[in-house]
Design a protein around this ligand. Structure first.
Ligand SMILES: [Fe+2]
Ligand SMILES: [Fe+2]
Length: 458
């Protein structure tokens, strides 16, 4: 039986730099965008070099840094709607949309045809295409507005200033006024939004092609997508080897964080860390209507179970963070799987199972979360060894994981799913009792049942 004694590792947090935490967790945003790992960091690298070339002050460079690093903070908020409209993998749509010039009607039409309803009857596909064609402008505004407003809101929740949140809000505005959501034009678009969008396109075309492909693309879009002055600055980087080498994966996090002016490196404490975990949990939960508030509730239930098991206050605080972030890897699962009303096929199940591994990989990027990464990423393991991703069993599964698993299953059963409504609590408890000893820990289950009345669940 796993011990309930407070493990050594939960004491290790002292303080961490905000740059490091946000940099590490930005990999979760890359997953939702369908981008190769490190996209947000590479964009930050590119944008900070533009900012330096413009001679921005240290204070401005700090704001620019977080604007670009968090430019995709709202990315999960329109994923379900994308799946609903296109009937296709939202991550693929997001990824491929970044490679076209949406102002080019031919490119846009081809994109819609290739990315809409490919697994549906031809009539259904055509119906979707007609809908997208007829309402194109309104839908583009809706999708981008949702994403950008949510992103700006997240930046505010994380404590960033108006410059950062506004920079994120207007990320998709274009120099000629044909961007979204409001059609700002020229220098009415905040400078940091202009730099962030330019950096994004450079990274996408550099990753899929070369520096020359990236420079060619931004030249093509100069004056309609991009501020010509900024494009001219980037063209000067053509032979700057350290700049292009800086986009390599190896050592990326350290290299990029070194660009944030030292004097402004903010150290965070336990309270701030709790808050960051809550905000990122909300990014996960908003991805699908079926996971609305899931991470927050799992954290609440896990905390109640932990208290019943008499874990210390420090231990519980640590566990709450793990519970909040246990599904952060779901940002890497497309909504065409998460929200699918029918049965999942084997490939789709495999994609679902990968979320647990993604959780571990994302959290392990945070220096202070090494143990939490393993504990949170194991929440689908079972005592009988039939869980995933590692088929751990019995003693290999820590008490902390068992607590999160119990809370997670309880919430999963009592919440609505794409293929069924919510299951009433007494029935949910019956279902769970049958899994005690095979999937669930008996002590955790007893603690859950004792605690239930205090939650006033209907
Ligand atoms: Fe999960
Ligand atoms: Fe979960």
């Amino acid at each position: 039986m796993a011990s309930s004694a407070q493990p050594e590792y939960i004491e290790t947090f002292a303080s961490a730099s905000l740059v490091q935490i946000i940099g590490a967790i930005s990999f979760a945003l890359d997953l939702t965008e369908g981008q190769p790992a490190g996209h947000a960091l590479r964009c930050t690298w590119i944008g900070m070099h533009i900012g330096q070339a413009l001679g921005l002050s240290e204070t401005n460079l700090v704001d620019l840094y977080y604007t670009i690093l968090l430019k995709d903070a709202g990315c999960s908020s329109n994923a379900a709607r994308l799946w609903e409209l296109y009937g296709e993998d939202d991550r693929l749509i997001k990824k491929d949309f970044k490679t076209i010039d949406s102002q080019n009607v031919l490119q846009l039409a081809r994109f819609i045809f290739q990315h809409t309803g490919n697994n549906e009857h031809l009539l259904d596909k055509m119906h979707r295409i007609l809908n997208l064609g007829r309402q194109g402008e309104a839908l583009a505004t809706e999708l981008i507005q949702t994403r950008c407003e949510r992103g700006a809101d997240i930046a505010r929740q994380l404590g960033f200033n108006q410059t950062v949140s506004t920079g994120i809000q207007y990320l998709d505005e274009h120099w000629n006024g044909k961007g979204h959501p409001v059609g700002l034009k020229g220098k009415a678009i905040p400078l940091f939004s202009r730099i962030a969008l330019l950096s994004q396109v450079i990274d996408v075309f550099h990753q899929t092609g070369s520096r020359h492909a990236a420079l060619h693309e931004i030249r093509q879009r100069s004056g309609h997508w991009f501020d010509p002055e900024l494009v001219t600055i980037v063209q000067r980087f053509v032979d700057d080897e350290p700049f292009w080498q800086g986009l390599a994966q190896n050592g990326l996090e350290a290299r990029v964080s070194a660009l944030c002016p030292d004097s402004n490196h903010i150290m965070i404490d336990e309270t701030k860390l709790d808050h960051i975990a809550e905000v990122f949990a909300s990014i996960v939960d908003i991805k699908s209507p079926y996971t609305h508030d899931h991470s927050r509730r799992v954290s609440q239930y896990a905390d109640g179970i932990a208290e019943e098991l008499q874990l210390s206050a420090t231990h519980r605080r640590w566990l709450r963070r793990g519970a909040l972030l246990h599904d952060v890897g779901k940002l890497g699962v497309s909504n065409h799987i998460l929200d699918k009303p029918g049965k999942l096929d084997e490939d789709e199940w495999e994609a679902v199972r990968r979320h647990a591994t993604f959780t571990t990989e994302i959290l392990q990027r945070i220096f202070h979360f090494q143990e939490m990464a393993i504990i949170a990423g194991a929440h689908h393991e079972r005592l009988d060894g039939k869980g995933y991703p590692l088929q751990l069993q019995d003693e290999q599964i820590t008490l902390e994981t068992r607590i999160i698993t119990t809370a997670d299953i309880f919430d999963a059963i009592t919440a609505a799913r794409p293929y069924r409504g919510p299951i009433p609590i007494p029935q949910a408890i019956d279902i769970m009792q049958k899994e005690v000893g095979t999937a669930l820990d008996e002590r955790c289950m007893t603690a859950l049942c004792k605690r239930l009345p205090s939650w006033n669940l209907s």
